[in-house]
Ligand binder design. Structure first.
Ligand SMILES: *Cc1c(COP(=O)(O)O)cnc(C)c1O
Length: 457
């Protein structure tokens, strides 16, 4: 059953609304563990953690109980001039679980807002440290940091940004370390060195103007789960130190265990100057983000002058319900040894992905921790054209089989909640394989075909 109705006032995110004529939105009325449920009771296995936010499953009893308990005490209070136990405890806990140099937590409401905070703080730090000529940022090709104007300016996904160019400040952009960009015959090390050398050159040319370099560590998510190894981050930290430039790590998608470790940068044994967290911070329950930073940066704002403070605010900053959800999630990590338990799931995912290797239409099979991805290719090994809509067909096929996939172009990925089983991971990959086999047989007119007319098996 669906409730699509062209008179609905709802305007959906990241959607060409006309596509709902043939693919109406799916009505979900309940969630439990790794499953969402439609009104008629049909289960949907949530292989992408509802846009990468959910960690421990839907409707988790421990998180539900924490929010309900908080609801009976305090639902919201402004955080300027006020404080409350849940947010104090959360800041303390975040400091405890991150590298010792990260001693300060600034809260905001969304991932994009966290990126805005980090950019503004970095710029203001340099202004207040007698280097006001530092006004620009370096980001990476294929990077994604959100869609508000400041964060979109350091995002490189043309589909999301090109319409708004007149509003976006121009920054500097370095090539991506995404390993799928390697040339044939090139080894990983030579490729990474080549990409890094280009970044280094760009920084040297603009060393006195750059506030910070911003990157998504290990996985460029919105570009299609493009991955690179930790060594690149180790080099990056060294380079930033050498030129006295801040390093902003956007762990909005990869934080909280996604890459196998609690935070991705642990694998490179480095500390960022700014760490942006959101999505999994509240285990996907409520909107909240946090920018963690160092004592050195905090001290540059500490002063008797009001205007030297960081005068940024959001109405719902530090919301107590969200803070309780985050605290309950951190309790689960500790009490249920989630990261250790995930090692078994990571191995199961690796084994299941392995089976796809001989498939003639699947390439670039990749995995970092709890994130697995592969790319749909033509039989000759070439990528499909960007206009080819087979990615959508794969999503529709999988949904028909009760699995929620949302390919990015021709990149199919899974980011399952940590409560999933090894069998369910294998099932998702089996369904994805069936979907691919079916989709490659369809003859599609390009661009976008009326996919609703293709009858699904
Ligand atoms: C989702 C995401 C953001 C933006 O977060 P929102 O809460 O959607 O504003 C920023 N950076 C990365 C890496 C993300 O995955």
């Amino acid at each position: 059953m669906n409730i699509f109705n062209s008179t609905s006032p709802l305007w959906h995110p990241c959607t060409q609304m006309q596509s709902h004529e043939t693919m109406p939105p799916i009505q979900v009325v309940r969630g439990q563990g790794a499953y969402l449920y439609k009104a008629d009771g049909t289960p949907i296995l949530d292989a992408i953690s509802s846009w990468w936010v959910n960690l421990h499953g839907h409707s988790h009893p421990v998180i539900n109980a924490a929010i309900i308990d908080q609801l009976g005490q305090l639902e919201q209070v402004m955080l300027a001039g006020f404080t409350h136990p849940p947010i104090e405890q959360l800041a303390q806990r975040l400091v405890e679980i991150t590298r010792p140099e990260l001693t300060r937590c600034f809260f905001a409401d969304s991932g994009s807002a966290a990126v805005e905070v980090a950019l503004k703080m970095s710029l203001q730090y340099w202004h207040q440290s007698d280097q006001p000529q530092r006004k620009t940022f370096i980001s990476l090709a294929n990077g994604y940091h959100g869609e508000t104007l400041g964060s979109l300016a350091v995002t490189d996904i043309p589909l999301f940004s090109s319409q708004y160019q007149p509003l976006l400040i121009k920054h500097l952009r370095a090539p991506s370390p995404d390993l799928t960009l390697k040339e044939t015959g090139e080894n990983d090390d030579a490729f990474l060195k080549r990409q890094f050398a280009a970044l280094e050159k760009l920084l040297i040319e603009h060393a006195e103007q750059v506030c910070a370099i911003i990157v998504e560590p290990l996985i460029q998510g919105a570009a299609g789960m493009k991955m690179y190894p930790p060594i690149y981050l180790t080099w990056l930290r060294r380079l930033c130190d050498q030129f006295h430039v801040h390093l902003i790590l956007d762990e909005i998608a990869v934080g909280f265990g996604r890459t196998g470790t609690m935070f991705a940068h642990e694998q490179a044994d480095i500390t960022p100057d700014f760490l942006c967290l959101s999505k999994g911070l509240t285990a996907g329950y409520l909107p909240m983000s946090c920018v963690m930073t160092t004592e050195n940066i905090y001290q540059a704002f500490y002063s008797p002058q009001v205007a030297r403070g960081f005068l940024h605010s959001h109405s719902f900053t530090g919301n107590p319900l969200a803070a309780r959800a985050a605290l309950a999630s951190l309790d689960l990590f500790k009490n249920e040894q989630v990261l250790d338990r995930n090692q078994l799931l990571i191995a199961a995912m690796q084994k299941a992905l392995e089976k796809l290797k001989p498939h003639p239409h699947i390439g670039h099979i990749r995995q970092t921790g709890m994130v697995g991805a592969f790319t749909l290719l033509q039989a000759n090994g070439q990528p499909y054209s960007a206009h080819d809509s087979r990615g959508q067909l794969i999503a529709q096929f999988a949904m028909n089989k009760g699995v929620l996939l949302r390919p990015i172009g021709h990149h199919i990925y899974l980011i399952p909640p940590y409560c999933i089983s090894a069998d369910e991971i294998e099932h998702i990959i089996d369904v994805a394989q069936q979907a691919i086999e079916w989709a490659v047989m369809q003859t599609l007119s390009t661009p976008l075909s009326p996919t609703g007319n293709i009858s699904l098996p």
